[in-house]
Write a protein of this length. Sequence first.
Lengths: 113, 141
Amino acid sequence: MKVKDLLKEESFTVIAGEKGLDKELEGVYIGDLLSWVMAHLQENEAWITIQSHVNVIAVAVLNDAACILLAEGAYLDEDAKKKADQEDLAVIMTSMSAFELAVKINELMKENG
Amino acid sequence: MGTVNLAFHVAKEDFSKAGEASSSIKKTLKKLGIDSKIIRKVAIVTYEAEMNIVIHSHGGKITVDIDTEKIKIQAIDQGPGIADTNKAMEIGFSTATQKVRELGFGAGMGLPNIKRNSDKFAISSEIDKYTKIESSIYLTK
């Protein structure tokens, strides 16, 4: 499926990097420790985190992540938004927990292939 | 392909620019047509080295030299140096402050990540002078 297929879930809001919505999404990684994420996040995975500062965008881009999903209402700071726009990396926010998000994405992946 | 040399200054505590050197290195490697698995290794090494300079040092620089056989990454800072480099290499050991940890840094994984992704790795340090990390990643095995 594509990142934009996530938006079938109405409670998801794109807050930056809208040009990145056409990227392929093939899986999910959850984590907030950046070095851990750096070592394990794989290409085309959606990254679920509550970290929301500019360095998060660098970690996602370096790993070719599909997009960032900010859980539990975490909100991007302005520097991070600008960077996400520059890098065409979609950032989606939601009030769901990381667990609820992962379950929801799993459902959407089954529906959209 | 001839030799390509890149150099980046990394400022201390500048989290707003942190990751820019690594991103720029990655873009160059993509343009050179380097294999994506190799690029991933280089990205991890340069990112962790860059963050180490930002978080722990008085500033430093990262150089990347690419030839037909390997990519050699060197990160050297201006101190304060590491008293026990063996301890610094232990997974989970970190001297990062609570404030930095709240941002998701300081997991004690940076240097181990660098070593794991390097084909050749060396760290040297002198208190009040420098810490130097050398990492080579071979293009062909």
